[in-house]
Design a protein around this ligand. Structure first.
Ligand SMILES: Nc1nc2c(ncn2[C@@H]2O[C@H](COP(=O)(O)OP(=O)(O)O)[C@@H](O)[C@H]2O)c(=O)[nH]1
Ligand SMILES: [Mg+2]
Length: 183
């Protein structure tokens, strides 16, 4: 083991899990966090198989990101193994594709399973929900996304999350260099 890997340094690492349904934008978000700005990288993404781990440095902190493939074939397996993977995580980013109205319920169902594991084990980690693909002019371009859909989604999320778990909700988009706005 070399110097860099001693336990002192490892204590400063942050582990972030990124979860959500397939195609909601998880891998694109990881690319944004890594500072990748070449748009072609976003167009050539294939669905993530299993879990993709990535380690990089942001503001002097080593970050390990676990990008969970969101396809149906992987989701049950992730839930079964999550307890052991989330226990030392610092943060969970749960991504919901705001443009995928038809799958809000499925996204909530998956999130509920994750929250149950966190709650049952009293894991202390930050939970942030990204309302992703909230592109500029979203409301103009996607008229079917109404205020009441979003409000209802927020309400459902608040019901799922017990009061002892700290959470945040943010609108995000890969356009306009990864916009983040508090809800
Ligand atoms: N409109 C829009 N599309 C996005 C955004 N983020 C990702 N995408 C697209 O959504 C698709 C799925 O993205 P990907 O990162 O592979 O999703 P993953 O399956 O959750 O990892 C790709 O075609 C991306 O270009 C966003 O903020 N807005
Ligand atoms: Mg992916």
């Amino acid at each position: 083991m070399n110097e860099k890997n001693n336990s002192k340094n490892i204590n400063f690492d942050k582990k972030i899990l990124v979860m959500g349904l397939d195609n909601c934008g998880k891998t694109s978000i990881v690319l944004c966090l890594r500072g990748i700005q070449n748009l072609m990288s976003f167009y050539s993404l294939n669905p993530t198989k299993g879990i993709n781990m990535d380690r990089f440095n942001i503001l002097n902190t080593d970050i390990t990101i676990w990008d969970y493939g969101g396809q149906e074939q992987y989701r049950n397996n992730h839930i079964t193994k999550l307890q052991d993977q989330i226990n030392d995580a610092n943060k969970l980013i749960y991504v919901i594709d705001i443009q995928d109205l038809k799958r809000y319920d499925l996204a909530l169902e998956y999130f509920k399973k994750i929250i149950e594991i966190i709650n049952k084990n009293n894991f202390l980690l930050n939970v942030t929900i990204f309302f992703h693909k909230w592109d500029p002019d979203l409301r103009l371009l996607k008229k079917e996304i109404k205020e009441e859909n979003i409000n209802n989604l927020i309400k459902q999320l608040e019901i799922i999350i017990p009061s002892n778990i700290k959470f945040k909700m943010q609108k995000t988009s890969i356009y306009t260099i990864f916009q983040k706005t508090d809800i």
